[in-house]
Design a protein around this ligand. Structure first.
Ligand code: FMN
Length: 396
């Protein structure tokens, strides 16, 4: 059936890109309605929008014709997806605080439809803790966000804040609306990245994990239809598309806490390089003049083991093992100790070739031994192979 999409255009310099989006979605035969905020109309005209959408543009909450023709509640209910593109900082703030002071915000508040925000704003607006708090809160409620790559912004600054391109949105829709996928209905929990264990307010211990492989696996699972919760340690990566949930944490303890909250699930893939030890935290910055500190390492919780031995254990548990020697023997030991179904072992003896790099070479072990050996390939291909050859057959 033809999917119905409501596009909300807000007041950003990137509003012109909504015109490309409308054209692309029309080409793909989506049914489209558009709401423009008053500020959006300062950047592009309703006339150009309606010429492309071949529909009238909705603008006013208190317009009698609009209410009789198409009331705001009907607009809120009748679509399969609402895309806010571009999403201004102001609009995100209003939605996250429950405002309903114009047609667009009222429709969003009255709607139970899935919402995708495509933010576009100056880097300082985006990184402002207020905006970050709003985004985090909306995400925790299940609202989706797609961010563009780093680059030059319209305001002349450089950084994140650029809007995703209409082609990225089309890719998002292809995945969202394709319901014939092998992992449809599967609930997946994935951890990625390193954890950071604070020593004092300015120092920490951690490891070299970049998070790339975990993010790619999470994205591939979602592409195959799974509802994916990704719990990530600190990384510089952009959020994978189509996740159900994305939570950033710092320490191993925080990661474990979130993971425990998220089970039961069908699948747990522990890609995160959890720092094995933490340190007695010093509330104040340790001073150099006080001499070399004696740091006492304490065991961190074992997240893989905690989930694997839990009474709500997912039916498939996959761990990663980074080893510098005796790769397969150590991986076999880990599979037994941690009661995993599979361990994906990679040799990190030459760590520069794995951490932060786009290439990886792994051996996938199950309880009987080597299940699959994958030669050196880029991490995206590896994610595709892991999902297709290990995860999908094991869950079906
Ligand atoms: C030239 C110009 C460009 C702007 N670009 C952006 C932008 O890219 N992102 C943003 O969040 N706000 C931007 N603003 C500010 C918003 O337009 C302003 O916050 C407005 O109140 C947003 O209204 P709305 O959220 O109801 O559409 C810009 C303002 C001006 C004057």
């Amino acid at each position: 059936m033809r999917k119905k999409i409501l596009i909300v255009i807000t007041g950003s310099i990137a509003a012109y890109k909504a015109l490309y989006l409308i054209r692309k979605l029309k080409e793909k035969d989506f049914f489209i309605n558009v709401i423009m905020t008053n500020s959006a109309k300062k950047f592009i005209t309703p006339l150009s929008v309606s010429s492309l959408s071949e529909k009238r543009v909705y603008e006013n909450l208190f317009d009698l014709t609009e209410e009789t023709e198409m009331g705001h509640i009907k607009l809120a209910k009748m679509h399969d997806l609402i895309i806010v593109m571009p999403a201004s900082a102001n609009f995100i703030a209003k939605v996250s605080n429950g405002y309903a002071d114009d047609l667009a915000t009222t429709v969003l508040l009255a709607s139970k439809t899935k919402v995708l925000f495509v933010p576009a704003m100056n880097i300082n607006m985006l990184t402002n803790p207020i905006t970050q708090k709003n985004i985090k809160y909306l995400r925790s409620l299940g609202y989706d966000f797609i961010f563009g790559n780093e680059g030059k912004l319209a305001c002349g600054d450089y950084g994140l804040g650029r809007m995703s391109e209409p082609d990225d949105i089309v890719k998002y829709l292809d995945i969202l609306f394709d319901k014939t996928k092998p992992l449809d209905g599967i609930e997946a929990l994935v951890t990625a990245g390193p954890t950071q264990e604070p020593i004092d307010p300015v120092r920490f211990i951690s490891n070299k994990s970049s998070g790339i492989q975990g993010y790619l696996i999470a994205e591939e699972l979602a592409k195959n239809g799974a509802n994916v919760s990704l719990i990530s340690g600190p990384t510089n990566l952009s959020t994978p598309l189509n996740l159900s949930n994305f939570i950033k944490v710092e320490t191993a303890e925080e990661m474990l806490k979130v993971c425990l909250k998220k089970i039961p699930k069908d699948l747990f893939i522990s890609v995160a390089a959890v720092t094995d030890w933490k340190i007695n935290y010093n509330k104040h910055k340790m001073k150099k003049e006080e001499g070399i500190p004696k740091l006492k390492l304490i065991d961190n919780p074992d997240i893989l083991k905690s989930i694997s031995f839990h009474k709500k254990r997912p039916r498939l548990v996959v761990g990663f093992a980074a080893e510098t020697k005796h790769l397969t023997q150590n991986a076999m030991k880990k599979i037994k100790q941690k009661k995993c179904d599979f361990i994906i072992a990679n040799n990190v003896a030459n760590s520069k070739e794995v951490f932060g790099s786009n290439m990886n070479e792994v051996a996938i072990m199950n309880t009987k031994g080597i299940f699959l050996k994958l030669t050196k390939m880029d991490k995206k291909k590896l994610a595709i192979k892991i999902v297709k050859e290990v995860i999908v057959p094991s869950l079906n």
